[in-house]
Design a protein around this ligand. Structure first.
Ligand SMILES: [Zn+2]
Length: 168
């Protein structure tokens, strides 16, 4: 079955991700979002499993993110942010913001609109535009250091910089 899509624009998804981070006040000492803390506050659990990275929602405030056994901490961080994107955009969303049937199970199935929307949510949660631009300048456009600062992979930081029109 096709996953539902959000009607929100990418910039609305960006604002939504930043709003969720600040409402839940889950910033670490560097100012980054602690996705484990956010997940816990929202009623989520993590299971390490051999299945694909996925999200299973039982109801509002009760869900599990499945992480595979063999990944890195940075990838897990992005995956959790991505699955939270599905939770907010494709499960908890009010009817008028949804296209398609509401579902409660999400597995990464290649590239499609819901996956892109969850990635947009994740990159804005982990690398908010304003902070990203400031840090990019402060660290003299060194993407390795920028990725370290935001605790994301180098490719994730590079995609973010390109999206924001920064020189890479
Ligand atoms: Zn997904």
């Amino acid at each position: 079955m096709e996953a539902p899509q959000s009607r929100l624009s990418y910039s609305a998804i960006a604002r939504y991700a930043e709003q969720i981070a600040s409402e839940n006040d889950v910033f670490d000492e560097r100012g980054n979002v602690d996705v484990y803390e956010l997940l816990r506050k929202l009623g989520g659990e993590i299971e390490i499993d051999d299945r694909a990275e996925s999200l299973d929602v039982r109801e509002n405030g009760d869900f599990t993110v499945f992480l595979p056994t063999h990944t890195s901490r940075l990838r897990d961080r992005f995956t959790i942010a991505h699955e939270l994107g599905h939770y907010f955009l494709h499960f908890r969303a009010p009817d008028q913001n949804l296209i398609g049937e509401r579902t409660s199970t999400f597995t990464r199935l290649g590239r499609n609109i819901p996956e892109t929307q969850a990635n947009v949510f994740a990159s804005n949660l982990l690398m908010p535009a304003a902070q990203f631009k400031t840090t990019f300048c402060r660290l003299e456009q060194d993407l390795v250091s920028v990725a370290e600062h935001f605790e994301v992979s180098y490719p994730a930081a590079k995609v973010r910089a390109e999206f924001l029109g920064l020189p890479t």
